[in-house]
Design a binder for this molecule. Structure first.
Ligand SMILES: Cc1ncc(COP(=O)(O)O)c(C=O)c1O
Length: 504
């Protein structure tokens, strides 16, 4: 094996140090230490009880960890060095689009002109911010083929709920509330959850043995009680729903709306638009497609774009351009109200616009083309090692299966995914979509080079060889990482919260 190139990051070259458990901040706490200093100002001090109603004030002093800045930074830096990260190596976590995020987006988000503005600042004092939001809304509408958008939802799932509330508002205004929303059985878990939160019932549509929506079964469910359908295209097995136009026609014929889960937008940027496929509502995961690091829970942005007939229902207030060219806030006439305390995760929005403008339309199309090329390269390269669940041209992700390894050697998809960490790659998504046995969902993204993909394929070949020679070793993997194999279910069920050094 070559000692020179370590594309994608080999574990041995990564700064994953030590095996000792990092103490919590409470365990590091020493009374009297602090890592902050409050500025003195000439603003007269006001007792807290004059500002906050007494019933909202806490009687007890809340116990916080007392640590110096030096200890605080050391704590988080040690933790960071023990983590896998997008900046460290390839992170092919399917459905999550963990692409490398270019640093110019950080520079934009770090601009004090953007990040030191209070969201309550009056419109005349933040015209630049409003122009940014108006430009982003128009740009997202161009990308998706829609009429208008809200930038408020703070994540994909929040966008989904917003979209369903828009669907409900539209049908209710037409005096036709309806009860059911159709979802394919391959859908992301947030889809049925959002349908339920939006007050609808889920009707599941089975997939065919080619991994696509079974259009005959779909048509059999269509009636005037169907409020709409939620689809992601490409779907969650990474395949393009070829019959999307026919699906759109059939749903529209019974008066239903089409919701596009745009978490997979990376595959279609600049190539095809949900609006042209017939969709009425689209949410976009800006944090995936347009470069915001989002591992570990945030921050995100899930704007929702809609066709003309839904524009009046969008959440408000929205930034708008006035006739004289200035900007202001305005709420659409039949708005469903706010879905965010302020205007959304503003710096994620700023990053997205920077990313889109730097790439331009040709650049965005290349992003999608390379994402699709990389996934197909990996699918074909690994045919003999981990066959694809549906061995046909895929879009931006390929769903492979460890079914044969399980049957022959008792090695499961989870074992393969864990062993990959020891090879210096993040694991793929496992056991999703649910319709694929021993699913391993790889999304290499456009940011990984051919050398990195080859290194990833070779790592998976070494793991498959170990399945034959030493399957036990794989059941215990990873062993060389700071945290070895954990019982994930137990960690979730037996939460041990540590508040101080004594573990109380
Ligand atoms: C297909 C799909 N839909 C929706 C979501 C939800 O997005 P978020 O995690 O931003 O709430 C995801 C997230 O991974 C997804 O992959």
């Amino acid at each position: 094996m070559s000692r020179t190139a370590a594309p994608g990051g080999r574990a041995a070259s990564a700064p994953l140090l030590g095996h000792e458990i990092e103490p919590t901040l409470f365990e590091l706490s020493v009374a009297g230490r602090s890592s902050y200093q409050l500025r003195t100002t000439d603003v007269p001090a006001t007792p807290l009880s004059d500002l906050v109603p007494i019933e909202h004030l806490n009687d007890e002093v809340v116990k916080l960890a007392e640590v110096s800045e030096r200890d605080l930074v050391g704590h988080f830096t040690r933790l960071a060095h023990r983590q896998f990260a997008v900046d460290l190596g390839a992170y092919p976590l399917g459905s999550c689009t963990m692409k490398y995020n270019p640093k110019f987006c950080d520079a934009v988000a770090g601009d004090p002109g953007l990040n030191s503005v209070h969201p309550a600042a009056p419109a005349h004092l933040c015209q630049g911010w409003l122009e940014l939001l108006v430009t982003l809304e128009a740009t997202l509408c161009t990308i998706t083929g829609m009429k208008a958008a809200t930038l408020q939802p703070a994540a994909g799932a929040a966008g989904e709920l917003t979209g369903l509330l828009l669907m409900r508002a539209y049908h209710t205004a037409n005096g036709d509330p309806r009860r059911r929303v159709l979802i394919p059985d391959s859908a992301h878990g947030t889809n049925p959850a959002s349908v339920t939160l939006g007050g609808y019932e889920v009707t599941t549509i089975p997939s065919t043995d080619r991994g696509l929506v079974d259009i005959e079964k779909l048509k059999a469910e269509l009636d005037t009680d169907v409020a709409g359908i939620m689809l992601t295209n490409p779907n969650t097995v990474g395949l393009f729903e070829e019959q999307i136009v026919e699906i759109a026609q059939a749903v529209h014929e019974v008066g239903g709306l089409l919701y596009y889960d745009g978490a997979n937008l990376n595959a279609i940027l600049g190539v095809v638009r949900p609006g042209d496929m017939g969709f009425d509502i689209v949410h976009m995961n800006l944090h995936k497609t347009f470069a915001t690091p989002h591992g570990g829970g945030g921050p995100g942005a899930g704007p929702v774009a809609v066709s003309a007939r839904l524009a009046d229902y969008l959440p408000g207030p929205k930034a708008v351009r006035l006739h004289d060219g200035s900007f202001d806030w305005s709420t659409p006439p039949r708005s469903i109200g706010r879905v965010h305390g302020w205007h959304g995760n503003a710096l994620v929005l700023a990053r997205a616009l920077a990313y889109i403008q730097v790439h331009g339309s040709d650049g965005l199309r290349r992003v999608a083309q390379h994402a699709v090329l990389n996934a197909n390269w990996l699918r074909v390269r690994l045919r003999a090692t981990l066959p694809a669940a549906y061995d046909t041209t895929c879009m931006h992700e390929c769903v492979l299966s460890a079914s044969a390894l399980k049957a022959d050697y008792g090695v499961r998809g989870l074992d393969v995914a864990k062993a990959l960490l020891e090879e210096g790659f993040h694991s793929p998504t496992v056991y999703f979509p649910l319709i694929v046995d021993e699913a391993l969902m790889f999304e290499p993204t456009e940011t990984e080079s051919p050398q990195t993909l080859e290194a990833l394929a070779q790592a998976l070949e070494r793991i498959a060889a170990l399945a034959v020679s030493d399957p036990e070793r794989l059941h215990r993997a990873p062993q060389t990482t700071p945290v070895s194999r954990v019982d994930e279910a137990r960690a979730a069920r037996q939460l041990v919260s540590t508040e101080d050094a004594a573990g109380r």
